[in-house]
Design a protein around this ligand. Structure first.
Ligand SMILES: Nc1nc2c(ncn2[C@@H]2O[C@H](COP(=O)(O)OP(=O)(O)OP(=O)(O)O)[C@@H](O)[C@H]2O)c(=O)[nH]1
Length: 215
């Protein structure tokens, strides 16, 4: 069935062609280890028959308090731009990014949700069917870290247990000194482990592993 794997539209750009995966940041923070692969995936990889694996579109939802930097994270990832001007997201917005992973066309549908309380009921209608939940907080505002439990709980409620990969992202690393950032990140990684999520820091939209200095 190779024909069903031909991507629609023009070829994906070179930076969206993924032939190998980077090493995970720390085994404790990364749950997608080889032993966690589904048996069928492991067998398909061993036989190099991944062409028949039908996972070709994943839904990603990004949640978190207002002003933490959800839109900035997505805009950097999709368009490599960063804007210092704040424009609140109204309800939801989305982007589609096309990839080629190990020769298989693959799309990420990324949903940017509004952090403002008054839009929560609109945004939460889009949580269903997520394969990835990215919960974000502002490293300079500890309250936003406290709120991530509730954001995650709300997003998980709309999905089958155990079906989502979870990430916790601390934004605005550039606004903190190394020592202050490390202090918050220790707490964030502890919470990420509790949530069974993988932790990443962020600097003007660019994702960075813990411990990396800001811009
Ligand atoms: N210095 C700095 N500013 C950032 C960073 N990320 C986001 N910002 C700024 O923070 C403000 C809010 O960013 P947004 O991405 O709009 O926040 P949001 O979470 O999408 O906000 P809502 O749409 O209201 O939920 C903007 O002025 C951004 O420029 C960062 O890493 N560093």
């Amino acid at each position: 069935m190779r024909s069903s794997l031909v991507p629609l539209g023009p070829p994906v750009s070179q930076d969206r062609v993924i032939t190998s995966f980077p090493k995970c940041y720390t085994p404790a923070a990364c749950l997608q280890l080889r032993e966690h692969f589904h048996g069928q995936v492991s067998i398909a990889c061993q036989r190099r028959s991944t062409g028949t694996v039908g996972l070709r579109l994943s839904k990603v939802v990004v949640v978190g308090d207002l002003y933490v930097g959800k839109t900035s994270l997505i805009r950097r990832f999709c368009r490599n731009v960063f804007d210092r001007n704040y424009k609140a997201t109204i309800g939801v917005d989305f982007e589609i990014e096309r990839f080629e992973v190990a020769g298989i066309p693959y799309s990420l549908q990324i949903w940017d949700t509004a952090g403002q309380e008054k839009f929560k009921c609109i945004a939460s209608a889009y949580y269903r069917g997520a394969q990835v939940i990215i919960t974000t907080f502002d490293l300079t505002d500890l309250q936003t870290l406290d709120h991530t439990r509730q954001w995650l709980e709300d997003a998980l409620q709309e999905n089958e247990p155990g079906t989502c990969f979870l990430f916790l992202v601390g934004t605005k690393k550039d606004l903190l000194s190394g020592a202050a950032c490390e202090q918050v990140e220790v707490e964030a990684v502890r919470l990420a482990n509790e949530m069974e999520a993988e932790y990443w820091g962020e600097c003007e939209g660019v994702l960075q592993p813990r411990g990396c200095p800001g811009l």
